[in-house]
Design a protein around this ligand. Structure first.
Ligand SMILES: Nc1nc2c(ncn2[C@@H]2O[C@H](COP(=O)(O)OP(=O)(O)OP(=O)(O)O)[C@@H](O)[C@H]2O)c(=O)[nH]1
Ligand SMILES: [Mg+2]
Length: 467
């Protein structure tokens, strides 16, 4: 029912300075005129696109608010249809009454994401760009928002469309060559074909890498702080979270359960977990805390392991260190250097040497008490280097994504890799052509060029009303 005219509150129903009721569809201007009287007497139908007028919202012949009406004319609007936006005072009652008046005048209440769905169906944006609108709205950090915006502006679409064009050229050439042998069409150079496919695969791999960096940053890195009692775990937790999240005392066993908090550290979101000091204990409550700490290590993506340099290495230190899964990156803190005479350092160094399977990405000797900020900055730096690579820059190396996009990008890359393999083992060119065409199909699904109504409905179902 693309012809119906829809309306919704686009600004959210909460007390605010202004709220916006958006009307879109072929009768948007007609409906707008039924509820809006301009001060100047000019009618909405006399206004050109991208102009506005001051006036009143009228319901049952009574003014219910003052507002500004903005007119957008098809196809130069967000949805590609005529749009009227009424910016009224942002009171909850006023906003609801204005929407009610618009619905009474003949508009249908918009479904979640229906404005953007229409923009997609009217060719104003492809499906990847449409999906990025929701990512932009739900972004929790400036980096996330930036990543979503670059996708909205066509960062992925441009690249995959270029790959698709190249693949279509190759497929067309291969088909023509196979179908019309009498036409003297030159055979494609196998090396050229192979190089083009390898190049496409490389570009898709880069996209996948950027998707994964985006996911890591948006979902947060499970970061677990472990060490035996009293080494300074909670001190670090509080330092990173910027407030007194965990209780810090000089009594060993202060933290008896895991304490969790999501924090933003520069570009990274960390799902930070402070744990009970792991050691052999008979105390029932402490024991449960210790078990929980051990469990958290199983889902960790990043571990901060802390030891206390002011006391000798103990069996507990070694036991905990052994427990850390070997593939997980470890940030090793030799803490309390302010109280250290230097005599214990060799033992702690020895611990690292004894377990070379551990993935220690940095080991520092510090005092969390005196050099907290330095440690905080260093952790951020090390995370950037480890997870995102040396030359990482947020603006160009992260893209906001969803699973649908990632999965189709991955499928495209997989069939292209199969095509390269087929060429290497001298499979027939027919087989290669079929794989190239399959890859083209996946890209068309990715951009929404060739997609079922069911998929489109599913995509927009997750949107908010009014967008
Ligand atoms: N001298 C010195 N003391 C520190 C340093 N870092 C932490 N502390 C102190 O060490 C004691 C224990 O710190 P916490 O952060 O509670 O240690 P924890 O590892 O969380 O201890 P549990 O919760 O018992 O496992 C507190 O008195 C801190 O103030 C440091 O760099 N130097
Ligand atoms: Mg603690």
């Amino acid at each position: 029912m693309i012809n119906s005219t829809i309306a919704a509150i686009s600004s959210g129903l909460t007390e605010a300075g202004i709220s916006v009721i958006r009307i879109s569809g072929s009768d948007a201007i007609g409906i707008g005129e039924k509820v809006f009287r301009s001060v100047s007497g000019k009618k909405l139908s006399e206004m050109s696109g991208y102009t506005c007028a001051l006036g009143k919202v009228i319901s049952n012949k009574r003014a219910i608010d003052e507002c500004i009406a903005t007119v957008f004319r098809a196809p130069r609007s967000y949805t590609g249809e005529d749009i009227v936006e009424l910016s009224c005072h942002g009171g909850i009652a006023v906003t609801r009454d204005t929407l009610r008046a618009v619905l009474d005048a003949g508009a249908t209440l918009a479904q979640p994401g229906e404005f953007t769905k229409r923009a997609f169906l009217n060719g104003k944006m492809d499906l990847i760009e449409a999906e990025s609108v929701m990512n932009l709205i739900s972004a929790k950090s400036s980096g996330e928002a930036q990543a979503a915006l670059s996708v909205k502006e066509g960062y992925i679409s441009k690249q995959v469309n270029e790959i698709k064009a190249e693949l279509m050229n190759l497929a067309a050439h291969l088909n023509a060559w196979a179908d019309y042998p009498e036409e003297d069409i030159p055979a494609i150079e196998p090396e050229h074909l192979k190089n083009s496919l390898i190049n496409a695969s490389y570009q898709l791999r880069e996209l996948l890498r950027k998707y994964d960096a985006g996911k890591l940053m948006n979902n947060g890195i499970n970061t677990v702080i472990v060490g035996r009692p009293n080494v300074g775990k909670s001190t670090l937790m509080n330092l990173l979270s910027g407030h007194d999240r965990s209780i810090v005392t000089d009594v060993p066993g202060t933290t008896r359960d895991t304490v969790e908090e999501q924090i933003q550290l520069g570009d990274f979101r960390l799902n930070l977990i402070d744990t009970a000091g792991i050691h052999d204990t008979d105390d029932t409550v402490e024991k449960i805390g210790v078990e929980r700490a051990q469990k958290k290590l199983e889902t960790a993506q990043f571990v901060v392991f802390i030891v206390d340099l002011s006391v000798p290495l103990s069996a507990d230190d070694e036991h905990i260190y052994k427990m850390i899964p070997s593939d997980i990156p470890v940030y090793f803190i030799n803490n309390k250097s302010d109280r250290c005479t230097g005599s214990n350092m060799d033992d702690y160094d020895g611990l690292r040497e004894k377990y070379p399977d551990k993935n220690v990405i940095t080991a520092i000797c510090t005092s969390l008490k005196n050099e907290g900020d330095r440690v905080k900055n260093n952790i951020e730096y090390v995370l950037g280097r480890y997870f995102l690579g040396r030359d990482f820059s947020y603006a160009s190396d992260v893209i906001s994504y969803n699973e649908r996009q990632r999965s189709l990008t991955d499928k495209t890359k997989t069939v292209i890799d199969e095509a390269v393999k087929a060429l290497s083992i001298w499979e027939t060119l027919d087989a290669v052509t079929v794989l190239i065409e399959e890859a083209v199909g996946y890209i068309a699904e990715l951009t929404g060029e060739n997609v079922t109504d069911e998929v489109v409905d599913r995509v927009f179902h997750n949107f908010c009303v009014g967008k």
